[in-house]
Design a protein around this ligand. Sequence first.
Ligand SMILES: Cc1cc2nc3c(=O)[nH]c(=O)nc-3n(C[C@H](O)[C@H](O)[C@H](O)COP(=O)(O)OP(=O)(O)OC[C@H]3O[C@@H](n4cnc5c(N)ncnc54)[C@H](O)[C@@H]3O)c2cc1C
Length: 287
Amino acid sequence: MKARNFRYIRPASLHHAYRILAENDGDAMPLAGGQSLLAGLNMRLSAPKILVDIGELKELAEESHTDGIVRLGALTLHRELLGSQLVQKHVPLLARAASHIGHVAIRNRGTLGGSLAYADPAAELPACAVALGATLVLGSLNGERAVKAEDFFKGLFETDLRPGELIVAVEFPVVQAGTAIGFAELARRHGDFALAGLAAVATIERERIRDARLAYFGCVDRARLAPSVSAALEGVPTPLTNANVFESGIRKDLAPDDTPGMRAETKLHLATVLTHRVLNSLAVDAA
Ligand SMILES: Cc1cc2nc3c(=O)[nH]c(=O)nc-3n(C[C@H](O)[C@H](O)[C@H](O)COP(=O)(O)OP(=O)(O)OC[C@H]3O[C@@H](n4cnc5c(N)ncnc54)[C@H](O)[C@@H]3O)c2cc1C
């Protein structure tokens, strides 16, 4: 299939982009790396009258590190997450996750903002943003507002973005000394979207887990924080000896439904396997 006809506009500034989006409410869509949007247009899953190409806007490509926060512009490429020294040093979970996103060609064009805005439940970066306690900076003609990642994802491909708004940047708290990260996913082939995945951040004190934040992806309709699992893990020794510690928490936090591709029990099983793998690798990361 081919996309319906559309106008293509490349705005000269962020303000210009905001204006086009506001003046064409519902008819205009931002285009970043195009890795999800263009496929969707060709399949006629959406048919905007105007594509607003934000891909060259410098205001969306800035990177900074101040006061314990790493701020990455929405246009940060998946490839840049892998290569950035700032990311490797201060938010290494992003670099770890980015290596699992699609293939080189996808990582060369796909963007952080595009991945979060698209909100695919099986995508890696939304789960990382949730696990890391990131804040999204959303902008429009009305100014900017900040939304916590765990509040941003509302459902299947559904977010808190309002008409006319863009993701401008994402702010990640810098990983502190003693903080361990963990990441794992299960996919049919490397580079496929995950069947299930887990991004985790925790403090390890005297070989015990503290303040764990676990975000599962691919299991339910969005990247999902798991508060019951985190609570059950408080003070638990790592490496783990007993899966019963978190199994009921996974069931409670995820509560998945059967879907055409997979039964709920299978999703819970995959999530349990991943939790074991990730938690047992936390100690290694913290060493
Ligand atoms: C073959 C293939 C395999 C892939 N595998 C994976 C994978 O394993 N894991 C994974 O996570 N992703 C995967 N992807 C998707 C890829 O990561 C995309 O890059 C990402 O989902 C969207 O980023 P983009 O910059 O290409 O956004 P676009 O495709 O340009 O846009 C996606 C959506 O986000 C909106 N948007 C974009 N930027 C903004 C912004 N700043 N503010 C507001 N709205 C915005 C657009 O209007 C559109 O609705 C795959 C894609 C392909 C084609």
